[in-house]
Write a protein that binds this ligand. Structure first.
Ligand code: R5P
Length: 307
């Protein structure tokens, strides 16, 4: 039995339970009271003096509330005598705001980093950060895990490994990830789409696909996250125009805002594979969605010595 206590916030308890199970632990209990005005009070119900502790809390929608809850849990653990706090934040909210895009903006990710460190997080574990710069922004150790091994496993299992298949990054920002995946799949051909987004309206457009070895019959689109679904739909429509009809989508973070689920269900993609870094409630599930769990990878990382 590992000497540590693992806790869950409310944003993804099913994942926290799976991680605890993979560690042969039970989740320790937190009392969470919500006042009529929406403010939360957190109380740790287990003894944590001199214990290493872990909190699982992706900061997906509603990001602000989930962050506040995480801050309060970490603070309560520290005040209760925990030796260390590892924050497992499989989806790190605000990570896309990592620099100033337009004059007058702030850098939200920097605010998040400072607050996580200030409340006492000693180590952060996350998945497929939007930018590889995230670990170097933090002063605490950060484990940057990736869902690519899960995608590789699935692609091999489905035998989508022949000459007829290509990997597609739906924008230039995804090329690094797609190249790594291509290497993991023995050099599978890959390509990328020239996407542009209107920063004021959010509208996504794309006209061109750059492929290294010609267009293939099957396309596996890989993206770090799906929010509105606009990027994926633009990519699938462009692929259809190029004569590609056998399309599958792989994404680490199912952010699924607005009408994303309907949009994806109606898209030309046959299936959408997403991990459980973010909890997808039953009312958001759609027929084409398949879930791959990151729980075992997180459990392995938690057990890796870091001090
Ligand atoms: C963009 O750089 C990201 O990698 C995703 O492609 C994007 O954030 C997805 O957003 P949406 O689903 O709203 O197009």
């Amino acid at each position: 039995m590992i000497s540590m206590k693992i806790f869950s916030g409310t944003s993804n308890r099913p994942l926290a339970e799976k991680i605890a199970k993979a560690l042969n632990l039970n989740l320790s209990e937190i009392e969470l009271h919500i006042f009529p005005d929406g403010e939360k009070r957190v109380r740790i119900l287990d003894k944590v003096v001199d214990q290493h502790t872990v909190v699982v809390q992706p900061t997906s929608t509603p990001a602000d509330q989930n962050y506040m809850e995480l801050f309060f849990i970490v603070d309560a653990l520290k005040r209760s005598g925990a030796k260390s706090v590892t924050a497992v934040v499989p989806y790190l909210g605000y990570q896309r705001q990592d620099h100033i895009f337009r004059e007058g903006e702030g850098v939200s990710l920097e605010v998040v980093r400072r607050t996580l460190e200030a409340v006492g997080v000693n180590r952060l574990i996350g998945f497929d950060f939007h930018t590889i710069r995230v670990p170097e922004l933090f002063k605490i150790p950060v484990s940057h895990l990736t869902a690519l091994p899960l995608f590789t496993e699935k692609i091999k299992k489905e035998r989508w490994t022949g000459d007829d298949t290509m990997l597609i990054a739906p924008d230039k920002g995804g090329i690094r990830r797609i190249k790594i995946l291509s290497d993991m799949l023995n050099g599978m051909p890959y390509g990328s789409i020239n996407k542009s987004r209107d920063l004021a309206t959010g509208e996504v457009t794309a006209e061109k696909i750059d492929v290294e070895k010609g267009i293939k019959k099957r396309a596996l689109i890989v993206d770090d996250l799906i929010s509105s679904g606009g990027t994926i739909v633009t990519a699938t429509n462009l692929l259809l125009k190029k004569g590609v009809h056998d399309i599958y989508v792989f994404t680490t973070h199912p952010v699924f805002s607005d009408a994303a689920c309907e949009v994806l269900q109606k898209s030309a993609a046959h299936k959408v594979y997403a991990t459980d870094t973010i909890y997808v409630p039953p009312q958001k599930e759609f027929r084409k969605l398949r879930t791959l769990s990151v729980a075992r990878m997180v459990a392995k990382e938690i057990k890796t010595p870091w001090i």
